[in-house]
Design a binder for this molecule. Structure first.
Ligand SMILES: Cc1ncc(COP(=O)(O)O)c(C=O)c1O
Ligand SMILES: N[C@@H](CCCC[NH3+])C(=O)O
Length: 467
């Protein structure tokens, strides 16, 4: 393949073929609407904007890199879940991304909130989120975390071990508290996602196994203990899942467990939580279901199982995180270097280094997650070349986008935007290489509001209290 020689940066006349699914875009300036927030568009002068804020202005005002979050997009997706799952309770999974402002959006759109740490709980409580609509997760909640949750009166604690149950009972006894609990079970599903984010097979850390009877043991203890009210059971099969078959198996096994519990105790538990995990589009190869499709499928499965077991349908809940916040934000980076590297067979790979990387998005390094990127500050009529977008960290695996076609004239100073960066990017960000984490700026109708400010070197040095 040949392409233009440009500005001394790229001298490749052969680029690597890339993965099979990756198509050379017929027009690299056109945004694939499936990947971007609803108000993201490219102006005639080539600059991309979200909710009216141009990325060039955003970088000038807030620095680079920056996450830009489309508030209306977030709210719209939250409402879509709420409406599609009417009659169910939708818990927004705060681990995907949570700030006090986000907690307000969740509240205003009528969703409940799933938190899984003291930090997420504090954020929700400081935002004034109704504790009764908070569910507390975690496979190793500390005594302090449990005490804070119980004292605040959270609506439910999702129990993950008998040790945790012991701690809850002790705390309730000592403080005259009462705990509303669910038992997290492992339905033994092999979800089709990366091994690290699949959570329903037997050999992993979350939940009580159904097959070895641990789930039933925990449920019976919670049911009969005077300090706890057992609301039902919880199952989360994993994250970034497209195939509803996994949820179907989970629903079948959890409904069977509920029915067995009724046989054993004479009580039908009122609730079943099927967790989150609904996949989103990061690249053109992903085609997620809509909330309506998911709701339709899940309703049908649960109704079918209830009929089969002669049960009343339990109250249902879900916990989407990524599917609400993921598509709402893009990450914007500045290109620092462009470098062709020769590969075997005469091919070349173009390495485009940006001013962020694995510290603001660990997902490619951790899960081999695929992303895409576009030139964000201008249009280009140059031919496209296959590039790899890499970060600035001292790590060979510091890759943000493994394979993407970018215009061959991409050069230092250009801006690249990475869509679908709202979930698990900032929330999993680190200070690796003493890198301050970028800010998250919400945009609504042209008005920008900083949700999380940029960290500074002073923030980092403040932690270093030694000599
Ligand atoms: C218990 C639980 N609920 C909900 C979620 C949210 O998942 P997702 O963001 O994929 O919807 C997770 C994360 O995987 C989880 O562990
Ligand atoms: N952090 C994961 C999702 C799992 C998180 C919750 N169990 C990701 O980025 O895909």
């Amino acid at each position: 393949m040949t392409h233009m020689h440009v500005a001394g940066a790229i001298h490749a006349d052969v680029s690597t073929p890339g993965p099979q699914w990756l198509e050379r875009p017929s027009d690299p300036n056109k945004l694939n609407s499936a990947l971007w927030s609803k108000t993201t568009e490219r102006a005639e002068d080539g600059v991309i904007s979200t909710a009216g804020l141009r990325v060039t202005d955003a970088i000038e005002q807030f620095g680079s890199p920056v996450y830009l979050m489309d508030e209306q997009d977030f709210r719209h997706r939250a409402r879509e879940f709420r409406d599609a799952f009417e009659g169910w309770t939708v818990y927004y999974a705060g681990k995907a991304f949570l700030t006090r402002t986000v907690a307000h959006w969740v509240d205003e759109e009528g969703l409940s909130l799933d938190v899984c740490s003291a930090g997420e709980l504090a954020t929700a409580l400081q935002a004034g989120f109704d504790p009764a609509r908070i569910g507390m997760h975690g496979n190793n909640k500390s005594v302090d975390e449990l005490a804070t949750a119980l004292d605040a009166g959270v609506g439910r604690i999702i129990i993950d071990s008998l040790d945790e149950l012991d701690r809850i009972i002790e705390l309730c006894e000592a403080n005259d508290w009462h705990a509303r609990v669910m038992v997290r079970v492992t339905p033994g599903v092999e979800a089709h996602t990366h091994e690290y984010i699949a959570t329903a097979h037997e050999d992993q850390k979350f939940g009580f196994s159904i097959t070895n009877n641990q789930a039933m043991v925990a449920m019976v203890r919670c049911h009969y203990d005077p300090h706890t009210t057992l609301l039902g059971i919880h199952s989360h099969i994993g994250s970034q899942i497209f195939d509803t078959g996994g949820f179907e198996v989970a629903a079948r096994r959890t409904m069977k467990l509920l029915s067995q519990f009724t046989d054993a105790t004479g009580t039908q538990l009122p609730e079943l939580d099927l967790g989150g995990g609904f996949g989103i589009a990061y690249t053109s190869q992903d085609s997620p279901s809509t909330p309506e499709q998911l709701a339709g499928d899940l309703r049908e499965i649960v109704a079918h199982e209830a009929r089969g077991h002669g049960m009343i349908e339990p109250r249902l809940s879900i916990e989407p995180g990524r599917a609400i916040v993921g598509p709402a934000a893009m990450a914007v980076y500045t290109v620092g270097t462009v470098k062709p590297v020769d590969l075997e067979g005469g091919a070349q790979r173009i390495y485009v280094s940006v001013d962020g990387g694995m510290s603001d998005n660990i997902r490619p390094a951790l899960y081999a997650a695929e992303y895409s990127a576009v030139l964000a500050n201008r249009c280009s009529q140059a031919e496209t070349v296959l590039c790899r977008v890499v970060g600035k960290h001292c790590e060979g695996g510091d890759i943000l986008v493994h394979d993407v076609f970018l215009p061959a004239d991409v050069h230092p100073g250009d801006l690249l935007a990475v869509p679908a960066s709202g979930a698990y990017s900032r929330s999993m960000a680190s200070n690796y290489n003493h890198t301050p984490r970028p800010p998250v700026v919400a945009v609504n109708d042209g008005v920008a509001k900083v949700l999380l400010r940029r960290e500074t070197l002073d923030d980092l040095m403040a932690l270093d209290v030694g000599e």
